[in-house]
Structure formats: C-alpha cells, structure tokens
Design a protein around this ligand. Structure first.
Ligand code: IVH
Length: 694
C-alpha cells in the first residue's frame, strides 16, 4: 500500500503538521491521517501514539469547522455520522450473496475435486485456500473510488443498508484508488469480526455492568452492525476482512481490464494494495487436492491460537476464467467449497441449576449438565449468566440442550431442544434469597443481574480474597483459589489483610502443607507487598474498576489515600473514567470498612505509593539508585517510586553505573560491593530525602 519512500515522507509530514499551528495543505493532512488509520487498523502496527493521532485529527476537525466547503466524503472526520437512531433500509445486492457448499472431511474434498475437473474439463486446477472467517458477512460498494454503501447479507438477495455504521470501522477505507486499475464500480465481500481479545474485554465490561455477555464474537460483530447509534459502533473494536470481488465494472472506454488480476489470489493482493484487510498472509495456492487437504488440517490445529475465530477453510478455484466456466447453482458457486472444522457443539442433558455468588454479590445461575466432550474438553458446568437468558431461551431442568464451546470462549447453551421434551421438565425459578447468607436478593433497575447486598456474605468475602491473590492482581502464586477456600474454612484467613498475618505454624498442621510449601507461600506473600499500586487497586475489587482503570488511577495519584479525597467530578477527569465508575470509586473510598482495610494493608507493609509519571526533568534525573537493607521510614517500593518520580532511575545490581546506594539496616553484600567502587556514593534514607528536598 505505502512504499518506504512514502512512509518516510508521511512520517515527516506527521511531525511537521503536529508542530505547525497553521494548516498549509489540508489534503496532505487528510492523507497523513489515512496513513495512520491504515497502520493502526489494517496493519495493526501504529507508528504514532493514540494521543498524537488525536492531536492531528483535532487539527483537521478545527480546520473543517472554519472551511466546511473543503470537506470531502472520504475525509477521516466523515466516518463519524451524527444521526442517531438510524433506520436500516432494505436494498438489493448487485450480485446475490450466495452461500458456500460445505465439506466435512478429506473424502468430500476429493470427490469435489473430481467433479469440478469434469465440469471445467481440465486435468489440473489451481486452488487458492484461505480461512473461513466466522463473523458477520458484509458487502461494500465503491463507485468512482468512493465507498457508497455497505449492506448486510440479509437473505442473500437483499440486505440491510448499514453504511453509516460500517463507516465507523477503521479498517474500511472510505475511498480507494480503484480507478488506477480501470475499475469504475466494484462490489466486494467480506466479514466483520471482533477479535477474541476485544470480545473478551467487551464481555467483561458487559458483565461488570450487570448486563448479559454475548455468546460469541460473531454475535457481537453482527449486533454491532445493527446498532442504532453509529458512534457506539466505533467503540466496539471491529475489524473487517475482505475475500471476494463479486462485481467489477471497468471504466467507460476501458475495455481491456488489463490491470485487473485474473486470479482470486491476485485480486486479494490488489485489494490489499488498495488498503483493505485481506487474508493475503494466510492464502496459499496448491495444484493438488492432497496439498489442499494437508493445509486445511494444519490450520484446524492452529485454530485456537489465532487472534480471531474461524470455522473452517474456503477452497476456491484460483483462475477467474475457470470460476466462470464452473458457474454457480442458485445456492452456491461450484468453484468454491467450505471445509468445515469439527463441530464445537454437542447435546447434553440439563441436570440441575446451581447459584454462585461472585465477589460483587452478583448471583450467577450455572447449569450442571451430563458431562460431554466438546472439542477435546469435557464440559459439565455451563454458566447461564442471568435470569433473562433462562427466560428468553425457555431453558428447563431436564431439557436436552445444545452446548457450544468455541476456543477460549466460555461454553454456553445455544438452545434447548424443545421437540425432545417429555413433559417432565421443570421451569427454573430464580431464588429470592442468597443461597449462601440468605439475605434478600435485589435487582437494580436496568440491570439483568440479581445481587446479594450483604457485603459480609461469606461467598463474597472468599471471592474477594481469591480475586486479590489472583495473577493479574497481587499475584500471590502459591495461594490460589483452592487454598483460599481451604484457609478460609479452617479459619486461618478471614479477610484480605489477614493474608499478611498468616499463622504459619497453624498452616503446618494442615494436611499437604510441608515446610517447602510454607516457605514458598511466605516468600510469595512477602513479594506481593512490593507490587505496583495499580495491582493493589485492581485487587481491591472495586466495582467497574478493571486493570486499565486501576492503572489510570495509580498514575494520577501520589498515594492510595488520595483516592479518598477526590470528588466524583475530580475522578471523572481521569482518562476513561466516566460517571458510573467515578461514583463507584467514590463510594468505595467512603466506606469505613474499606478504608480500614486499606489502612491496615499499609501498616502491614504493602506498597501504597502512586505511579505518577516520572518527571524527566526532575531533581534526580541523570542519577541512578539502588536501595538495600531496611530503611527506617520508607518501604522499599515507596523509596523506589519516590526516586523515579523525581527523575531517578532504579538499578537492580551494583555496578559502575550506579550513582547512589541508599543503605538501611542490615545491608549486606550490595553494600560491601559498593564500597569497592569509588564512584558510588553511599547514603542513608535521610540523605536520600535531602537530595529530593534540595
Ligand atoms: S467466499 C460467492 N471466502 O461464509 C462466494 N466466504 O458459509 C463468496 N465466509 O457467505 C464467499 N469466510 O459470508 C468466502 N474466506 C471466505 C469466507 C467466506 C467466511 C462466509 C461468507 C459466506 C459464508 C458461507
């Protein structure tokens, strides 16, 4: 798409535009923004930060406000539609969107290869093989280089016009230089997808808001295309990948079509060259069906390691001329075949429902089913998420249900097979009381989740401790879920601070706890005291505060206690923190019990110092530090954070690069080593603090 000279020129232009106040060339500014959109959305390899992009984007926005006559339909600002509650018109596809014929095993493919060769009357056929993307299909129409419309598959003949929504998908070019290839009008097909990690984040956000998560990335992508608010579409990280040109009209007087590649793989290359995301990395050409089969089988193994969902492979005749010769039925092209991967669905019987209480008190119904193997894993427990899902799908105890487990997506019940009902199935009645502490359950308006509001509910306390020690929070490895449950039931721990007051002698009396595991646990707990503050904030389990928010909070404060002094308005000024999150943080830090917990953790020696960005021009800049021994006032992590905050750098070992060794009580080998290097200045805590205060 961009050659190295262009990349260098556009990067230079980026810097210049960023620094200049005046806009000299608005078209160049647009070109620069398009270039960075392509780097970010299509190549997933941005060259500038989001902040830098926003800065330049704002310049264009401001310019266009004062020069509205200059706005073009493909200006990067024109993705953002402003019409709310759009209606989707039904429109005809230029060419019907056919389905694909499915095959499920190598024999099917061998039979197809034979059949096809008979139809096209050729002993050798070149095949192009690529993944079958599991998203929502889409067709785009470009006329005179401009994106005119985007349409969902619908019934194959007509679909919904979702143009305003798909303009929000950053990897879809608003214009592309088709005319350079003699193309006046083109309809291209592809799939809108949400990749697995965006889907996970998306669902976590839904769950934390008390809403029902979506079953799979395909549903998330399809639902996104049909949202009534285009700006909301932008917030869902959608990708679009294109794999077929269904209609091409050459320009008037251009009868040659000479620039248009005559193979499928060549056309994918062309689309890619024009700025579209296409499967060029995955596509492979083979001239024997056995090689095709090997590639399909190879990919099936890789399936779970890919960042996006695929449900098979698509094998296409590579030469367009041969495709035309093979033709289509009313249902599918004869020149293509889908090779479907093994099903990730199975049927099982729903035995009973259990209700689990999470750390925020949310009560989740979990279906216990007869154990069944799906994609190599035995499934016996399936979350039903909330009451609505049970009602909407009319799931009953005793039902035969279809269960799906897609990759790392958690298993879910697709539907009950109502035709198999015997009349002995029983309706599921959601409990009115907490199954653990028996407090009345409540469901706030607008939410889908029932909650136990008793903060002292045992189930919640245990879940909060499990969350606190978990990998992404304080990462106390040897603790783990099973141990937390065991220690709690044995009365060894009772809340989060009690982790740091463990009676290791009592622990020794538990079965399976030898000296080695006790030592490991001791050192893991000790180590966790020095975890950066964002982990502690995340570990506290404040509602709506995920890892990203915890990081943003930690970066904006000097100490955790500051959070208790901020108003909701002040909290809302922190990046990505909205009204609901700031209220939740405010409430948390105005709850006596929570404040007690935090004070206690501080007294027990946990790092509570904020992560405000280091001051590059700080008083300590250019100096390096190493802290050793026990300091009289500061905890190790606090001292390090302080040094960094004032521009100092922390080293992990004594070397000639070290400026200061700050030594406390019982400093050992590091002090001895430092004494031997003349350039190192050995100071104590008070002298270190003086450096900062001077
Ligand atoms: S080619 C005329 N290639 O799967 C044939 N389709 O189950 C055009 N799909 O309707 C389709 N990945 O929505 C093609 N690499 C791929 C695909 C693909 C996913 C979808 C497409 C099609 C459906 C059939």
């Amino acid at each position: 798409m961009y050659n190295s000279n262009e990349i260098i020129a556009l990067q230079k232009a980026t810097t210049k535009i960023s620094e200049l106040n005046e806009i000299e060339d608005v078209n160049l500014l647009r070109e620069v923004l398009r270039f960075h959109e392509h780097r970010y959305y299509v190549l997933n390899d941005p060259l500038i930060s989001d902040e830098e992009y926003d800065h330049i984007y704002k310049k264009l926005e401001n310019f266009e406000k004062t020069h509205p006559e200059s706005i073009t339909a493909d200006s990067p600002t024109q993705r953002v539609g402003n019409s709310l509650n759009i209606e989707f018109k039904t429109v005809n596809h230029l060419v019907p969107m056919l389905s694909l014929e499915n095959s499920y095993n190598p024999d099917d493919l061998i039979a197809w290869d034979k059949r096809l060769k008979g139809i096209v009357d050729s002993a050798v056929v070149e095949y192009s093989v690529e993944p079958k993307f599991d998203g929502a299909s889409l067709s785009l129409l470009y006329e005179n280089n401009f994106l005119e419309r985007g349409v969902t598959r619908g019934n194959g003949f007509e679909g919904d016009d979702v143009t305003l929504n798909i303009r929000q998908v950053g990897s879809i070019p608003l214009s592309a230089e088709f005319k350079n290839y003699g193309i006046e009008k083109i309809e291209i097909r592809g799939e809108v997808m949400m990749n697995k990690s965006s889907f996970k984040d998306f669902n976590e956000a839904l769950i934390s808001e008390g809403l029902a998560p979506l079953a799979n990335p395909r549903n998330a992508a399809a639902g996104s295309l049909r949202m009534k608010d285009p700006t909301a579409v932008r917030k869902r990280k959608l990708e679009a990948i294109f794999y077929h040109a269904s209609y091409i009209e050459a320009g008037a007087g251009d009868s040659t079509n000479s620039f248009i590649p005559s193979t499928h793989s060549g056309r994918l290359q062309l689309l890619n060259q024009l700025g579209f995301k296409t499967p060029i990395k995955e596509v492979k050409i083979f001239s024997s069906i056995n090689e095709v089969i090997s590639y399909c089988l190879e990919f099936e193994v890789l399936r779970d390691n890919l960042p996006y969902e695929i449900d098979g492979m698509v094998i296409k005749v590579n030469k367009i001329e041969l495709q035309q010769k093979a033709g289509s039925t009313s249902h599918h092209p004869r020149w293509a075949m889908a090779y479907k991967f093994k099903a990730r669905q199975a049927t099982s019987k729903l035995l009973t429902i259990e209700y689990q209480v999470g750390r925020t008190g949310a009560v989740t119904p979990v279906a216990k089913i007869e154990p069944v193997r799906i994609g190599g894993v035995t499934v016996s427990s399936v979350s039903l998420f909330n009451e609505n899902i049970i009602t909407e799908k009319d799931i009953r105890v005793g039902d035969t249900v279809i269960v799906e487990r897609a990759g790392d997506v958690i298993p879910y019940i697709v539907k009950p097979l109502t035709e198999l009902r015997t009349g002995h199935e029983t309706k599921i009645i959601f409990p009115a009381k907490c199954p653990v502490c028996h407090a009345e359950l409540v469901k706030p308006e607008g939410e889908a989740v029932w909650r136990c509001e008793n903060i002292g509910c045992e189930a919640q306390v245990v879940e909060r401790i499990i969350h606190f020690v978990s990998k992404d929070a304080m990462d106390i490895r040897s603790m783990g879920e099973a141990n937390v449950r065991k220690f709690y039931s044995e009365g060894i721990i009772s809340n989060i601070p009690s982790i740091y007051e463990l009676d290791f002698t009592q622990l020794g009396t538990l079965a399976g706890f030898g000296q080695k595991s006790i030592d490991n646990l001791k050192s893991a707990i000790e180590k966790s005291k020095d975890q950066p503050l964002h982990r502690l904030i995340f570990g506290l389990g404040i509602r709506y505060v995920g890892e990203t928010t915890a990081k943003a909070l930690a970066k904006s404060i000097d100490s955790i206690f500051e959070l208790g002094q901020l108003t909701t308005d002040q909290l809302s000024t922190i990046k990505d923190i909205g009204a609901k999150v700031s209220e939740s943080i405010f409430d948390f830090f105005h709850n006596e019990e929570n404040l007690e917990t935090i004070k206690k953790l501080d007294t027990l020696g946990l790092n509570t110092i904020g992560e405000k960005k280091e001051d590059k021009d700080g008083i300590l800049s250019g100096s390096t530090f190493l802290f050793t021994g026990t300091l009289p006032g500061l905890k190790r992590a606090e001292a390090e954070a302080l040094a960094e905050k004032h521009g100092g750098k922390i080293l992990s070992a004594v070397s000639a690069n070290l400026t200061y060794l700050v030594a406390g009580e019982s400093a050992g080998s590091k002090l001895e080593k430092a004494k031997k290097i003349k350039s190192i200045q050995i100071i104590n805590e008070a002298e270190f603090l003086n450096l900062i205060n001077s």
